[in-house]
Design a protein around this ligand. Structure first.
Ligand SMILES: Nc1ncnc2c1ncn2[C@@H]1O[C@H](COP(=O)(O)OP(=O)(O)OP(=O)(O)O)[C@@H](O)[C@H]1O
Ligand SMILES: [Mg+2]
Length: 288
């Protein structure tokens, strides 16, 4: 792919792609971002997997993380809701602020963090329960009172699944298709009223139609939620995201592999006129 052709390739020059990029915000970043990541490094044991990441994420927009396998996208994503706390040997250096507060301060409750900042995974992971109980589970354990039927309906509606399952709420979640299961997991995340939804390759196990459904859903959800998505699908990043962070993996003097953030900018810029040659090489398919 010749350089300079990438905007057309990824559909960022509006009107070319069937599913044209639609951005939530071209406005300047707010003074206090939702996430302000500064000098972040993440270790697994002695291995410094990710080095010196600086990143600001704005509210109610979609931020994409792209880059080759092993460059640390999932690792960085997990630092945003303290999911890495659950991995033995994982350690974080640097600072992650959430709405201006230190996410790693000693008085911060990681469980509450994970309620406010939900995560959807690559492989849909519904509980072995009914559709209804999958959605109601989180609110119940959080002691939510009020009309559970309404909450389940509202969450499934927001996840664009209600019409498909409203007559089968007592059926097992496993009876759903992969794409429906993923939307169920999104409904389950929404049901506990989060502020942010993190998604780690949420479409990689889905067919193109189910993928477009989830992308449309993400676009709708970004009216109310801040979304950060890791994706290997560059068309997807170009189609849905407002900002894109490109990570890569390098090797240091000691021969250790490490991930780092190469470039972070408006998605249009990353896919049409990136500043760094490594980004250009990656998005034009010369690398990774
Ligand atoms: N639980 C873990 N324990 C030890 N090392 C890990 C763990 N998770 C990730 N790593 C290491 O951290 C580095 C970054 O991995 P990570 O999974 O974040 O990359 P990624 O960009 O998400 O890759 P992929 O695109 O394949 O999902 C890799 O070298 C990986 O081996
Ligand atoms: Mg990953």
């Amino acid at each position: 792919m010749p350089a300079g052709n990438t905007a057309a390739q990824y559909g960022t020059d509006r009107g070319v792609a069937p599913h044209t990029a639609r951005y939530h915000s071209q406005t300047p970043d707010p003074v206090v971002p939702v996430f302000d990541v500064r000098g972040l490094s993440v270790f697994y044991g002695d291995n410094k997997a990710v080095r010196d990441v600086n990143l600001k994420v704005g509210p109610r927009r979609i931020t994409a993380m792209i880059g080759p396998s092993g460059c640390g996208k999932s690792t960085v994503l997990r630092t945003l809701n303290r999911m890495n706390d659950l991995i033995p040997g994982a350690r974080v250096e640097g600072k992650v602020s959430y709405n201006g507060e230190d996410l790693y301060a000693p008085d911060v409750d990681p469980t509450e963090v994970r309620r406010r900042i939900g995560m959807v995974f690559q492989k849909a992971n519904p509980f072995p329960k009914s559709i209804y109980d999958n959605v109601a589970y989180g609110p119940r354990i959080n002691g939510v009172r009020g009309n559970m039927d309404d909450l389940v309906e509202e969450s499934l509606t927001k996840a664009a699944l209600w019409d498909e399952v409203k007559d089968d709420l007592k059926e097992s979640a496993f009876a759903l298709s992969g794409g429906q299961q993923q939307r169920l997991c999104i409904a389950r995340t929404i049901a506990v009223n989060p502020e942010v939804i993190l998604m780690d390759e949420p479409c990689s196990a889905l067919d193109p139609i189910a993928t477009l459904k989830i992308e449309d859903l993400m676009y709708e959800l970004a009216r109310d939620y801040t979304i950060v998505i890791v994706t290997h699908n560059m068309q997807q990043a170009a189609r849905v995201s407002d900002r894109t962070a490109f990570f890569t993996a390098g090797v240091d003097e000691a021969g250790d592999r490490y991930g780092s953030l190469v470039e972070y900018d408006k998605t249009e810029k990353i896919f049409s006129n990136p500043s760094d040659q490594r980004t250009e090489d990656y998005i034009s398919g010369r690398f990774g």
